[in-house]
Design a binder for this molecule. Structure first.
Ligand code: PDD
Length: 288
């Protein structure tokens, strides 16, 4: 693969030269937050939404934001430029930095600055992803993550295990279930459609407040579709007309099978593909 230029604490470096301390709390404690912003036509999709959520994640964890929003935008754009990204993603991670030893207590933010890392992921064809034509299959797994899933932390071990469980079952992803109700996908928000209504779990600490979710629900309402924010079960999902997921890397992606049960006729319906089209079109218009 082409050698990327990445960003670490103020420096643009070849990916092989970029280094972080072994005492970094992101490495030792998963004490860090992240964002994934998609790039289409060489421009950032919903940068503002991601910057606002990043600040909220940092605030919730008492982490001092080391970089202004303007500078962050500048770094995103510079990485897109340096790496020639037309379609893909920018990954951003901020950790509580590297004190000089391992310790559960947070270090003093005045003496230990946060670590900031950004890198690009080149994904030509991200928007024209052929998978969206046929949809994905999911299994359900128990949601055993911690209680603050609204904070976008780098504690991704269970979601990674969920992807592996999906892979072992011969499907694409897993929907997590808590007390009988679907929370979200391993790295995306989950929806069903019944009688023209779009149903998705409300924003609480149980799920990540997706930036794509917010945009898609807004576009759905603008297109006179009904949105119902409430909990739903796997059984209800299996009986729905359609199902789909949203995220910065998949946009809107139809789900055509849940735990072996076909949704509708097993092909993407009309609502999810239409929302995907609207989302891509409208987001491109306001990309920066
Ligand atoms: N994941 N829920 C979870 C648990 C997520 O990890 C994500 C994003 C979402 C969707 O959020 P957004 O629409 O803001 O991307 C929901 C990113 C893409 C990832 O981990 O790669």
């Amino acid at each position: 693969m082409h050698m990327r230029t990445v960003y670490v604490n103020g420096d643009y470096l070849p990916e092989t030269e970029a280094k972080v301390s072994i005492f970094d709390r992101g490495f030792l404690m998963a004490d860090g937050v992240y964002e994934v912003t998609s790039v289409l036509d060489g421009k950032l999709i919903d940068f503002d939404g991601h910057a606002v959520r990043l600040q909220r994640s940092l605030d919730e964890l008492d982490m001092k934001n080391p970089i202004t929003k303007d500078d962050l935008l500048e770094v995103h754009r510079e990485l897109v430029r340096l790496n020639g990204i037309e379609e893909g993603m920018i990954y951003l991670q901020i950790t509580r930095g590297a004190p000089d030893d391992r310790d559960f207590a947070f270090p003093d933010p005045e003496t230990v600055p946060c670590t900031v890392v950004l890198f690009t992921q080149n994904k030509p064809g991200l928007a024209a992803n052929p998978v969206a034509q046929k949809g994905i299959k999911v299994i359900s797994i128990e949601d055993i993550r911690w209680g603050r899933r609204d904070i976008k932390t780098v504690q991704l071990l269970y979601p990674s295990m969920g992807k592996m469980m999906a892979k072992a079952a011969g499907v694409d992803d897993a929907w997590m279930v808590q007390d009988g109700f679907v929370t979200e996908g391993t790295s995306n928000n989950a929806y069903i459609v019944k009688d023209g209504k779009i149903i998705t779990r409300p924003k609480t600490n149980d799920i990540l407040h997706g930036i794509t979710r917010a945009a898609v629900l807004r576009f759905a309402e603008e297109a006179q579709m009904t949105v119902e924010e409430r909990n739903f079960t796997i059984e209800e999902a299996q009986d729905a007309d359609e199902a789909f997921i949203t995220s910065a890397s998949t946009f809107v992606m139809p789900v055509v099978e849940i735990d072996g049960a076909q949704i509708g006729d097993g092909k993407p319906g009309s609502v999810a593909p239409r929302l995907r089209e609207i989302y891509l079109e409208e987001s491109r218009k306001v990309a920066i």
